[in-house]
Design a protein around this ligand. Structure first.
Ligand code: PEP
Length: 253
């Protein structure tokens, strides 16, 4: 069975002290992760080791980075390499969040390089894709997302693509309070899986976790996650509240 994942994306939020309290409060709440379920916390770089320390010994709970650089090492002031992240025990990196595509000009080609360097370092990329509102209004979301997948992922072997987690995040639903309906999420995520099956075969496609992201909260997580092609969520705002995110973890199927 493919993994069901609740991934928190803290973005550029919280002081160190607030981050400590959030993790402490969350870990004090009751949650139980089955063998096929994971909780992941994508936190700002300065908090990675602190959060990793607090999660030590917890089963199926991981800390993740929100970004990495395309190069192995060298004169790239201000950047963080995958090797550095691996050396502090990070195993997951969010790649290609729409905010990075929009504000930092990350193209499908750059993201293909980031996916590659993650996989070379045994790191799981959580690869984000999803369309802006104008594309959804023109009902062209399938072609838009198919292009993102093709240009950033389809150079991978069948073995390698199964190590990628895909997060479908319609940009119009991120941080807006506007959630895709569970049917809209299911429709496009079934389409994504179909595309993967066309490229790699059904067995491979069925092994790949596809998360939904876009205003997931405690009150809608269960319904969204219950869809057959939704394997959990990537969660921004609601992941900053311990009780909300804990309910989201407990909504995994
Ligand atoms: C996100 O940051 O990836 C996200 C989906 O944010 P939100 O849950 O706040 O919409």
């Amino acid at each position: 069975m493919r993994k069901q994942i609740a991934a928190a994306n803290w973005k550029m939020n919280l002081t160190y002290q607030q981050a400590e309290s959030l993790v402490d409060n969350l870990l004090a709440l009751p949650h139980q992760l089955a063998a096929h379920q994971e909780a992941i916390f994508a936190v700002p770089f300065p908090y990675l080791t602190m959060v990793a320390d607090k999660l030590k010994g917890k089963q199926n709970v991981y800390v993740a980075a929100q970004n990495c650089y395309t190069k192995k090492s060298g004169a790239f002031t201000g950047e963080t390499s995958v090797e550095m992240l691996a050396s502090i025990g990070v195993k997951h990196i969010v790649i290609g969040h729409s905010e990075r595509r929009e504000y930092f000009n990350e193209t499908n080609e750059i993201l293909a390089q980031k996916v590659d360097i993650c996989l070379e370092n045994n790191m799981t990329p959580i690869f984000c894709c999803g369309e802006p509102l104008s594309v959804r209004e023109a009902n062209e979301q399938d072609a838009f997302v198919a292009k993102q997948l093709k240009e950033s992922l389809y150079h991978l072997s069948a073995d390698a693509i199964q190590k990628v987690v895909i997060a479908y995040e319609p940009i119009w639903a991120i941080g807006t309070g506007k959630t895709a309906t569970s049917q809209q999420a299911q429709d496009i995520q079934a389409f994504i899986r179909q595309q993967l099956a066309g490229q790699y075969g059904e067995t491979v496609a069925n092994n790949i976790s596809i998360l939904y992201g876009g205003s997931v909260k405690a009150s809608n997580a269960k319904e969204i996650f219950s869809q057959p092609d939704v394997d959990g969520g990537l969660v921004g705002g609601a992941a900053l509240i311990a009780e909300e995110f804990n309910t989201i973890i407990n909504s995994l199927k």
